[in-house]
Design a protein around this ligand. Structure first.
Ligand code: SF4
Length: 463
């Protein structure tokens, strides 16, 4: 299903005298005329020089909204400083199962993303823009292509559309570059990083959809306006997607630094089943489990504050688990998901993710081997972190490590009785009760298709 996420119309605490990403009617795609009438393609923004644009984005403090939170201006400068023609990749893969924010932007505000891409291409000197679109989401692709068709052809920027396969690691930036180069969409060892050698061997900037959608607003209203919400370390607003045990699931926009409890209670309406919050994955499946104690301690939704609890805002996908379901059941299914979604390139990842999933599965069923718990702790803290070509193995290790802390009392109950008494009902999105991923339901063998011609290979080239 490719529909607009339901809670996109949630009230947000933003000051609406200032436009932000989810402003206005979110029930349909904005045409180019509607986007321009709303302030898009501002004359002053487009009169800036490339270096002025880079300076402005640096002053705004915009950070990447795809997961790593890296300063956008640093990435821009690195690419701009390289010799030769540059490439920009719009990473719209959004393979995080609990995230719908990029899909919402592409379905309803595609011109904000496209203008952001054009301004960014201007700032870094890119002559080609690759749109890396999720090939399983046909409505999303159609909305972007319709918007692309409304643009005037330009002689200095070539657009190319590449399909992102349905696989968790396909959204990693080096996997996007691989796919744009006609290869399997799996991460590569670094160096070289994309800014050194990326698409067609050229210096390449890979940016997330939400990151790019912020660029026209910064160019139009300035860095001080952008910083008027958010925190010193993460200025601006962020899009979050609420899922799991939540009364109102969907996408909403909050100033960075908003207390997480306000997002869950105020915007999401709290847990849907009336039980208190047991645990939260605050930023996608690689962001680490957060206990309810952290919520009660007032943890704010920003990287440095979540980091105090060993978690991160990641891609903004907030999955809530209430006390009405077994938390350890969610944690075990999540480890199975990581094992299932390994790109199977690194031995440590293939064996390590499977071993952790097996061990926690045995603990869950009350059939643990004597050393399962100690081995799981050793693998998650010492053996596996930093041993994969990408962050997938680190994400799996963090999911295991944080689960051992957050669900420690449940683990003891499962070890003794084989159950904690709570229903084993899965609330995490995108994983079925057997721990397999949605990708297997959508496409039985996610990587098998990567060798075939992409369904969306260049549909339109404007030049
Ligand atoms: S760490 Fe895992 S997912 Fe990442 S490249 Fe290696 S095998 Fe693939």
């Amino acid at each position: 299903m490719d529909a607009v996420p339901m809670a996109a119309t949630l009230a947000t605490p933003l000051d609406h005298s200032h436009p932000r990403l989810l402003r206005g009617d979110l029930s349909k795609r904005h045409t180019l005329a509607e986007y321009v009438a709303d302030g898009g393609y501002d004359r002053n923004a487009w009169s800036m020089s490339p270096s002025d644009l880079r300076t402005l984005v640096g002053a705004s403090g915009l950070s990447g909204r795809g997961g790593a939170g890296f300063p956008a201006a640093v990435k821009w400068e690195r690419v701009a400083a390289q010799p030769g023609q540059k490439v920009l990749v719009v990473n719209a893969a959004e393979t995080e199962p609990g995230s719908a924010k990029d899909r919402l932007l592409l379905l309803t505000r595609p011109h904000a993303v496209l203008e952001g891409a054009r301004l960014t291409a201007l700032a870094i000197g890119a002559t080609e823009c690759v749109l890396y679109l999720p090939e399983r989401r046909q409505q999303t692709c159609a909305a972007v292509l319709a918007a692309l068709g409304e643009l005037c052809p330009t002689s200095h920027l070539r657009w190319r559309v590449v399909g992102a396969p349905a696989a968790y690691v396909a959204g990693e930036e080096s996997a996007a570059v691989q796919r744009a180069n006609g290869r399997r969409a799996v991460p590569t060892y670094k160096p070289p990083r994309p800014f050194e050698r990326g698409v067609a061997g050229r210096p390449t900037l890979v940016h997330n959809v939400e990151t790019l959608a912020n660029v026209p607003l910064i160019a139009r209203y300035g860095s001080d306006w952008f910083r008027s919400v958010g925190t010193h370390t993460t200025p601006g607003a962020v899009l979050v997607t609420l899922s799991g045990s939540i009364a109102r699931s969907g996408v909403c926009e909050v100033p960075a630094g908003t207390p997480l409890v306000e997002i869950i209670e105020g915007l999401g309406g709290g847990t849907g089943d009336g039980f208190p919050v047991q645990a939260v994955l605050p930023g996608g499946y690689f962001s680490g489990w957060l206990s309810a104690d952290a919520l009660h301690a007032g943890v704010r939704y920003v990287r440095d504050d979540l980091g105090r609890f060993g978690a991160s805002p990641g891609s903004g996908a907030i999955s809530v688990v209430s006390d009405g379901v077994c938390g350890l059941y969610q944690a075990a299914a999540l480890l199975r998901f990581f094992a299932d979604q390994s790109a199977r390139q690194c031995g440590m990842c293939i064996n390590g993710t499977a071993a952790m999933a097996d061990a926690l599965g045995r603990i869950l069923r009350g059939a643990a081997r004597p050393d399962d718990l100690s081995q799981l702790e050793r693998w998650a803290t010492r053996t596996l972190p930093g041993r994969g070509a990408c962050g997938h193995l680190d994400g799996a290790a963090l999911a295991a490590r944080s689960a051992l802390q957050v669900f420690s009392s449940e683990i003891q109950e499962h070890l003794r009785f084989g159950s904690c008494g709570r229903p084993e009902r899965l609330v995490l999105p995108g994983i079925d009760p057997k721990g397999m991923s949605i990708y297997d339901r959508d496409e039985r063998r996610p990587f098998a298709r990567a060798h075939q011609p992409a369904a969306l290979r260049p549909l339109r080239v404007l030049q």
